[in-house]
Design a binder for this molecule. Structure first.
Ligand code: CUA
Length: 316
């Protein structure tokens, strides 16, 4: 509490502590009073009950005091919330993209990451984008939380991280089977460390002149795409069936699929993979439900898919 990990900690915690304090005061005060009355007015001490009717002073007091208290609660809450709605114009913008069931953060220079990396003491504005269902982005240490509604424009949250370190970030709106896997880190770095990461666009530069080296590089980039687009939330790499078929050994294997209501056997080749990414429900692998995957046509191009294929080939 009051750790100051972000600029909103104090406002939120003040409202919280005030409400908690008032609640405790009345819980303890009323409990003590109740016990006292049980003792003071039991039948032995007070054999004849007195009937009391109407007391204007008392009525006025127990109306005015709680009214003041709830207005104060509102005031503290409003004061903590209001600045969250006005991001400074110079805030660094990052697209926070949620999908079933992963996070991806895309920066202005095209860099993307599955953890949220930010420099300390710089205001940041997260543009909240959900590509499928309702999610909610929550960073408890920063006291920020906002629903992510698919199709809703200009949805955002902003804050200033004030301490370096690693913090939790997770989805706090139940969004299906693997909701609890929507869990990642916020890494707050010094400006120098952040710049070093941000400006490093070499990625997985390990190109060699040999064909094998190039394949390996493609495969590594393919793996990054699968991670950043959340594919492996539903397609395991170890052979277990989650929401979709596992990627392990998938390339070159035969599968029974349902196309237009008819069963047929296909071989998983480049063409099949491409079609399955662009039009996932065209061929439905037997045993899996339709409509679980949306088309990635807007998010992946043929080159990306070549990289994915290169990676799938390595999963023997
Ligand atoms: Cu996304 Cu829960």
């Amino acid at each position: 509490m009051f750790s100051g990990a972000s600029n909103f900690v104090q406002g939120v915690d003040t409202a919280f502590v005030f409400i908690l304090g008032v609640s405790f005061f009345f819980l303890i005060g009323l409990s003590i009073l109740m016990l006292y009355f049980v003792w003071r007015y039991n039948e032995k001490r007070n054999p004849v009950a007195t009937q009391i009717e109407g007391n204007n002073t008392l009525e006025v007091i127990w109306t005015i005091i709680p009214t003041i208290l709830v207005l104060l609660m509102f005031w503290y809450g409003y004061k903590g919330w209001r600045p969250m709605m006005s991001p400074p114009p110079d805030a660094m913008e990052v697209d926070a993209i949620a999908r079933m069931w992963s996070w991806n953060f895309e920066y202005e220079n095209g860099k993307s990451s599955i953890t949220l990396k930010l420099p300390v003491d710089k205001p940041v504005k997260l543009n909240l984008i959900s590509v499928d269902v309702l999610h909610s982005l929550y960073i408890p240490a920063f006291r920020v939380k906002q629903d992510m509604v698919p199709g809703k424009e200009n949805s955002f949250m902003w804050f200033i991280p004030q301490r370096t370190g690693v913090y939790d970030l997770y989805c706090t709106e139940y969004c299906g089977l693997r909701h609890s896997y929507m869990y990642t880190d916020v890494e707050i770095m010094t400006q120098e460390d952040f710049d070093a990461w941000y400006n490093d666009t070499t990625g997985v530069l390990m190109a060699t002149d040999t064909a094998a080296g190039e394949d390996l590089m493609l495969a590594m980039m393919g793996k990054q795409i699968l991670e950043s687009k959340g594919c492996i939330a539903c397609h395991s790499l170890d052979g277990s069936a989650i929401v979709g078929p596992s990627f392990l050994g998938i390339y070159g294997s035969d599968h029974i699929v349902i196309t237009d209501g008819k069963e047929r056997t296909i071989n998983v080749d480049d063409e099949y993979i491409r079609r399955s990414i662009y039009d996932p429900n065209y061929d439905l692998v037997k045993g899996y439900r339709a409509g679980q995957m949306l088309s990635y046509e807007k998010e992946l191009n043929d080159e990306d898919i070549d990289k994915i294929i290169a990676f799938l080939k390595t999963l023997k």
